[in-house]
Design a protein around this ligand. Sequence first.
Ligand SMILES: [Cu+2]
Length: 172
Amino acid sequence: MKKTLFGAAALATALLAAACGSGSTDTTDTTTSADVVVVSDAWVKASDTGMTGAFARIENAGDSEVHVVGASSPASATTELHEMVSAEGTSMVMQEMGDGLVIPADTTHSLVPGGDHLMLMDLTEPLRPGSEVSFTLEFADGSTEEFTAQVRDFAGAQEEYVPSDDGAAHGG
Ligand SMILES: [Cu+2]
């Protein structure tokens, strides 16, 4: 179920667009982050319960930086922006981004397994391959961008490396 807030924001955006008329290149400074961000290739790692990661390409097609400050999804109680950092020793661990994600002008930032990602912290229902999950990105200027991610099976993205046993036990 969508939150009313998102509906209201979408309506406000629609009204704003209507009020601005047909001129898409007018020079008034009303361009929001949502206007210039394009999200593509979005997907979520299938999971029955608990936490899972979401990934996408986030393109900032604008001429100034975009600051992603939050994310939400009806699929989880909480959605966080995560980054990977070096822990003591050799392993990488994930943590919440301290101040969101800044995407410079005319740059695409990829959220990928093992790198920056969105974390669904507490799934409200199982995410099965083939289904879809909607997300909303929130920007520092208050605008929001909705996108849909496909749920996929994905065996990687375990953040620890486990050596394979290839070469041992081929039998026969
Ligand atoms: Cu994470």
